[in-house]
Write a protein that binds this ligand. Structure first.
Ligand SMILES: [Zn+2]
Length: 118
């Protein structure tokens, strides 16, 4: 399960961003994460890891919102454009298994919202 490591890296990255934006003292309200279908990251594990790594940190109250981005691939045998997660990771046209992922490969932090200080 590499989600734990990913969450850890994410927190470090967010720390850096907030520091640069001079918002290090702000409390984070919501983090929006986009997970590509072909990224190998499991959203459910990501949520669990998030809870584990943010426990007792200043991110503990932050809500993690995950949206899944559809992943597409090209078949190297017949050139078909397909969505592997829906075709059992095989080409629905020729049955080939040589697929080249073209999108939905990444995990992206889309936004980090902080509470406005009043
Ligand atoms: Zn094919």
């Amino acid at each position: 399960m590499h989600e734990l490591g990913l969450c850890d890296a994410m927190l470090k990255m967010m720390d850096q961003i907030l520091e640069k934006e001079d918002s290090a003292a702000c409390r984070v309200r919501r983090v929006v994460l986009e997970i590509g279908e072909l990224s190998g990251v499991v959203p459910h594990f990501m949520e669990e890891s998030w809870k584990a790594v943010t426990d007792r940190t200043h991110y503990a109250d932050a809500l993690l919102e995950i949206s899944t981005v559809p992943g597409y691939a090209d078949c190297l045998d017949c050139g078909a454009h397909l969505r592997p997660a829906q075709s059992g990771f095989k080409c629905p046209e020729c049955g080939g298994g040589k697929l080249k992922p073209v999108s939905g490969i990444d995990m992206t932090v889309r936004s980090i919202e902080v509470w406005d200080e009043e």
